[in-house]
Design a protein around this ligand. Structure first.
Ligand code: F3S
Length: 650
């Protein structure tokens, strides 16, 4: 039996285990990336582990999520990150240089390589044939130190693309269609491998829009084969020599198959407040739009903004609609500026912004109360824009530009009928991605050779070894699809404490219950209870680190999102899976006790645990974990475990 493309890359990097679905495998990591919100902990953990030099081929530290320097805290973080990159041998991308995924794909992403990143949209360069996986910061720390990355071998799904996109349908509509069909849980435990005749009709940047947003399906990663389009893109970014041809074998065996006929697609839109609430744009046409934002790691490339510029050229945006363009990289801004497109957009009424994540996590450009904001981003979780009860829609740049012109949601095909000379701008790549590299500091050009820590940079908290008695109150009961944004919001007022865990912890789950942090500290131990897909969203390890700091010992949930589940192990919090009935029978405030001797049970491989509620009713909860994960949990988390391993071997 032949191999899938994923299996070929995994095989090349395999250091432990076998490529059997569900088995734990260890793989060698070639490249790592981290960004400013997760990076400070990555480097503090690197320091705490006593590591002294980056071991991967490429390590890149980006400053993209919070680039506005409101006070000294972000600036201190950025300086610390620059000093860590310099000290340990990583590339450093200065604040304002762009979003990690955009800058990474322009400069480093390469077919056949493995990439681990402490950001959930790390799978973006899957569109170039790189096997790219998002993980918690401490997993990235360990990989950067040269150790393998361990993961349960996912199912591999063949997403077969047929046909060709019709006018006004875009790559964004391909992934919105996938979300419409599969939901935000549909990719959990899976790698989506795109194949079929439709693949060659998509440029590499279009493929990367699709792989980027595979994250919203919950997929481990998404990947495309490589071909002339890949080679063409690599040549345009000046790295043609890094091209290698990668295709699955003709007789590759997949766990499942999904067929998407590109020619059936039409402009789609995700309505508030989940990326899988997808409908045709025509279904919500007529809704007034007060804000349009084009940008983000999904649609912030030169090729995404050029169509908007073409649609707006010589026209004016609607008076009632604020239109913002925030490119994904400074290189894209510079190229658009040199070609005159920035001036054209400004003349049309666009507010041109810095290359940053910013608005995607509610930092700047927060929508007005009770208004509709249309964005080309990948997430519209409630409150993520920086205002509770927001109305954020997700769409392609073309649909966004149409709304900017009309002042309301409109199917661009209808707008084209209305404005006679409005044509589908299509996809156009520049001859050469020739922006300056001034803001990318290579390890050879490092500015610092020792860590610089300002007063907002704290220590990494540690947890004690797991005990035998684990009991406490069900401090909070939550519903399905709780996101890491619910657990630790990423808005400016909160995010500025990312390097100061005691302070940041005060905001834990404040969007669900603002008394939670205080109650948890007072209780000195306890549980969280949740429905399905707990911890979906970003890779933010603070969403496990802060609950750990507050004394949370376990989470009882119907299911966990992949990265968050790994983060719970990494910070010594016991993730137990419960069924619907058990979930229904536990109330907030109930006393929970795990009846078994927990340390012994975890280390001996026990899968079923007895959970006693209020001293009498008993339910079964499951710990589905590898031996390595159990050891990490028992040690009190990955930092303690890694240190113990190093001491043992040293
Ligand atoms: Fe940044 Fe939003 Fe992407 S926070 S990395 S632009 S999902």
């Amino acid at each position: 039996m032949g191999q899938t493309l994923t299996e070929k890359i995994l095989d090349d990097h395999l250091v432990e285990g076998e490529l059997e679905t569900g088995e734990e495998i260890g793989i060698e990591i070639d490249q790592v990336l981290t960004q400013d919100t997760t990076g400070t902990m990555v480097w503090l953990q690197f320091e705490a582990m006593g590591l002294d030099e980056v071991q991967t081929e490429i390590a890149a530290q980006y400053c993209d999520h919070q680039t506005y320097q409101f006070d000294f805290k972000n600036t201190d973080d950025h300086r610390f990150l620059r000093s860590a990159a310099g000290t340990y041998g990583a590339h450093f991308s200065r604040p304002g240089n762009g979003i990690c995924h955009n800058v990474h794909r322009e400069n480093f992403a390469a077919p056949g390589k493995t990439l681990l990143g402490s950001d959930s949209h790390t799978p973006t360069p899957g569109g170039l044939g790189e096997l790219a996986i998002g993980a918690g910061g401490i997993d990235v720390t360990v990989a950067m130190g040269g150790a393998p990355y361990y993961i349960e071998m996912p199912e591999i799904v063949n997403v077969r693309l047929e046909g060709e996109l019709p006018e006004w349908a875009t790559a964004k509509d391909v992934i919105l269609e996938m979300l419409r069909r599969l939901s935000v849980k549909g990719g959990v435990g899976k790698i989506l491998e795109y194949t079929g005749p439709g693949v060659e009709t998509l440029t590499a940047p279009e493929r990367m829009t699709i792989t980027n947003m595979g994250t919203e399906l919950g997929a481990t990663t998404s990947i495309f084969p490589t071909d002339e389009q890949t080679e063409d893109y690599l040549e345009r970014v000046g790295r043609g020599e890094e091209y290698v041809e990668l295709q699955p074998d003709d007789d590759a065996d997949y766990d499942d198959e999904i067929v998407v006929d590109l020619s059936d697609l039409e402009p789609l839109i995700a309505t508030p407040s989940m990326p899988d609430n997808v409908v045709p744009v025509s279904e919500v046409a007529g809704e007034s739009v007060e804000q349009v934002i084009v940008g983000s790691c999904t649609n912030g490339g030169y090729e995404d903004i050029l169509p908007v510029a073409k649609m707006l050229e010589g026209r004016e945006t609607a008076m009632e609609t604020e239109t913002i363009v925030a490119p994904g990289s400074k290189q894209a801004s510079e190229m658009l500026a040199r070609e005159g497109w920035v001036a054209e957009m400004m003349a049309a009424g666009v507010n041109f912004s810095e290359a940053t994540c910013g608005a995607c996590i509610g930092i700047g450009h927060v929508p007005a109360s009770d208004s509709v904001s249309l964005r080309t981003f990948n997430r519209n979780f409630e409150g993520r824009s920086g205002i509770e009860d927001d109305n954020v829609y997700l769409c392609s740049p073309e649909v966004a530009a149409a709304a900017a012109l009309k002042g309301e949601i409109v199917d661009p095909r209808d707008l084209a009928d209305e404005l006679e000379d409005l044509e589908d701008p299509g996809v156009e790549l520049p001859d050469e991605y020739d922006g300056s590299k001034t803001d990318l500091i290579t390890p050879d050009e490092a500015v610092d050779d020792e860590l610089i820590k300002g007063p907002n940079i704290g220590d990494v908290p540690l947890k004690d070894q797991l005990g035998d008695d684990v009991a406490g109150e069900a401090l909070l009961k939550m519903e399905d699809n709780i996101t890491t944004d619910h657990i630790i919001p990423a808005t400016q007022d909160i995010l500025m404490y990312r390097s100061n865990v005691p302070k940041l912890s005060e905001f834990t789950l404040s969007r669900v219950d603002d008394t939670f942090a205080e109650r948890a500290l007072e209780a000195d131990g306890g549980f969280l209870v949740a429905g399905e897909n707990y911890g979906q969203g970003s890779s933010r390890e603070h969403a496990a680190l802060c609950p750990m700091y507050l004394g949370i010992e376990g989470v009882l949930a119907q299911s966990f999102a992949r990265i968050h589940r790994a983060n719970l192990f990494n910070f010594g919090i016991v993730p137990l899976t419960i069924d619907e009935d058990t979930y229904a029978n536990i109330d907030q405030g109930d006393e929970i006790e795990i009846v078994d001797d927990v340390y012994d049970a975890v280390t001996s491989g026990q899968e079923e645990f007895t959970v006693r509620v209020n001293g009498d009713e008993e339910y079964t909860a499951t710990l589905d974990a590898s031996e390595r994960e159990r050891d990490i949990l028992a040690a009190g988390g990955k930092l303690a475990w890694t240190k113990a391993q190093a001491e043992g071997s040293g």
